[in-house]
Ligand binder design. Structure first.
Ligand code: MSP
Length: 510
């Protein structure tokens, strides 16, 4: 049993909405990292789930004519169904309405209260239900939240968390943990927000009831963000800090979030945790937002992208590949039909798919349908083999920084190099002039394909498995320590026939 542990979380999704591309994107990024770490020998805990309390969900339930619990049961299931469709590999799915979570949230509350970080007062200020966030007067832009959400004036008795007392300690924490917030631009944004001064945070509400009850305070429910953030520790056993999972997985290695919820994860959450004597997570990565054919995605514009429909249209692996390849992770990106088709037809079908097809079909026709036996290597062979073996170092370095696009670019350049190599070496000519050399060239190509497929498993699991099946790579030789020499194909072992791996997308004739 390995002692390397890796704990990764998605935000928990509000159940006021059907799952859309934004949710699928965040979860996909986590899924790829979870698969990568599992293949690299880690014990992985990959958590996702639904955020079910608060005013926003209560309002949506009312609109749907359902009790909040019945409503959340229904919508939460849609999120679970999405996980299946998109082939996500989560280990746990948490709902904030579960008893384990309510218990954890109340325990954290008691901890903060007993340490003197929570006091009773009265809130008078602005609140945006859409963001479930409080805003200062000075933050409003034309009478709305800086996010564009409508705000309402709220005046009610409320408990406060002494956030103002944490300003200096948070700044010190960011300084001592330079990798805590990524990318760099977000880190700067958070630091300047904190430097601008922190006010105490209202952490209980009295004007509605759909939330975690505050212990011994029948009129108060917990502010939904304090409740929701706690899910990350609930799922590993909090408040039982001696639980095996808690000891193994906390502090979390990575909270993946969208850029819109960075303040909650990088300011409030570490402050709550530090105040409760709990170590903050190791890292929060904030990714960008997708637009659709250049337009902001919104229900009112009717251009929400349904991940299930996408998968139906382009295929699962093509969608997975596109989302992480197209846009530098961390930046905003535009979703367009043409861009998906370009990526899937060029890089998957033409580059990778053709490489597999050409090499395997050629071997079946001209080299007995088995792994060819190589003779002495030339410099070009060593170069291509070295490039494919080197992918594992790139993978560890780039994926640990969540630079998915850079890694996929690196894999694609090895595939392109392999296609150039086959053109230059021309095994079809060698067949007539030098079969020994032909076998060496084909061997190097099989190795390039094997290594590229191994490292692509987290991104395109079904297609990578098909390629590894064609090469007849045993199941127990598909982890990442078989990238390179240690997993090298054995000459003369049988290969399976090539099957189509990456379908090309054909637009219906206009
Ligand atoms: N419930 C909170 C999170 C609580 S975590 C303790 C929440 N939920 S959400 O359902 O509104 O959003 C979840 C994620 O979806 C966020 O990370 C958000 O950035 C992401 N996206 C929503 N729309 C998006 C796009 N158009 N593009 C990319 N991601 C977007 O916030």
């Amino acid at each position: 049993m390995t002692s390397k542990n890796y704990y990764i979380t998605t935000p928990i999704y509000y159940v006021n909405d059907a799952p859309h591309i934004g949710h699928a994107y965040t979860t996909l990024a986590c899924d790829v990292l979870a698969r990568f770490k599992r293949l690299d020998g880690y014990n992985v805990r990959f958590l996702t789930g639904t955020d079910e309390h608060g005013q926003k969900v209560e309002k949506s339930a009312k609109l749907a004519g359902l009790e909040p619990q019945a409503f959340t049961d229904k919508v939460s299931q849609n999120f679970r169904d999405l996980l299946e469709t998109v082939n996500f590999s989560e280990d746990d799915f948490i709902r904030t309405t579960e008893p384990r979570h309510i218990r954890a949230a109340q325990a954290l509350w008691n901890e903060l209260l007993s340490r003197g970080d929570i006091y009773l007062g009265k809130y008078a200020g602005w609140y945006a239900v859409r963001d479930e966030a409080f805003y200062n007067e000075s933050e409003l832009v034309n009478g709305k939240a800086p996010t564009g959400a409508d705000v309402e004036w709220v005046e009610e008795p409320s408990y406060f968390f002494k956030l103002s007392a944490w300003q200096e300690r948070l700044l010190k924490f960011y300084e001592e943990n330079p990798d805590f917030i990524a990318p760099e631009a977000r880190r700067n944004e958070v630091i300047s927000f904190v430097k601008g001064g922190l006010t105490d945070l209202s952490v209980s509400r009295t004007s509605f009831t759909w939330g975690v009850p505050i212990p011994n305070e029948p009129n108060h429910i917990m502010y939904v963000w304090l409740d929701a953030l706690t899910n990350y520790i609930t799922a590993i056993g909090y408040p039982d800090t001696s639980a095996a999972d808690y000891k193994k997985f906390w502090p979390a290695d990575l909270h993946m979030v969208g850029k819109d919820i960075i303040r909650f994860h990088c300011v409030y959450w570490p402050a709550f945790l530090l105040a409760a004597g709990i170590a903050p997570p190791k890292r929060v990565f904030a990714h960008g937002w997708w637009t659709n054919e250049g337009q902001k995605i919104s229900k009112s514009l009717g251009n929400v992208i349904d991940p299930v429909a996408l998968v139906g249209k382009y295929g699962l692996d093509a969608v997975r590949y596109f989302l992480l390849r197209e846009v530098p992770f961390g930046q905003d990106g535009d979703f367009s039909h043409d861009a998906v088709v370009r990526r899937m037809n060029a890089e998957l079908a033409n580059d990778f798919g053709n490489l597999v097809q050409r090499v395997i079909a050629f071997i079946h026709k001209n080299a007995g349908g088995q792994v060819p036996s190589p003779a002495a290597f030339q410099a070009v062979d060593v170069d291509l083999r070295g490039a494919s073996y080197g992918l594992i170092d790139k993978m560890r370095e780039l994926l640990d920084q969540q630079m998915f696009h850079k890694f996929l670019e690196a894999v694609n350049s090895v595939v392109v190099e392999a296609n150039q190599y086959i053109d230059q070496q021309a095994p079809w000519t060698l067949k007539k002039t030098d079969t020994e050399r032909m076998h060496t060239v084909l061997y190097i190509l099989c190795e390039a394909i094997r290594n590229a497929a191994l490292v692509m498993q987290p991104f395109i699991p079904e297609s990578a498995a098909k390629i590894l099946d064609i090469l007849n790579v045993p199941q127990n030789q598909r982890s990442l320590n078989f990238v390179g020499e240690s997993g090298a194909l054995k000459p003369s072992s049988p290969l399976n026939p090539a099957v189509p791996v990456f379908p090309k997308f054909m637009d219906a004739a206009a």
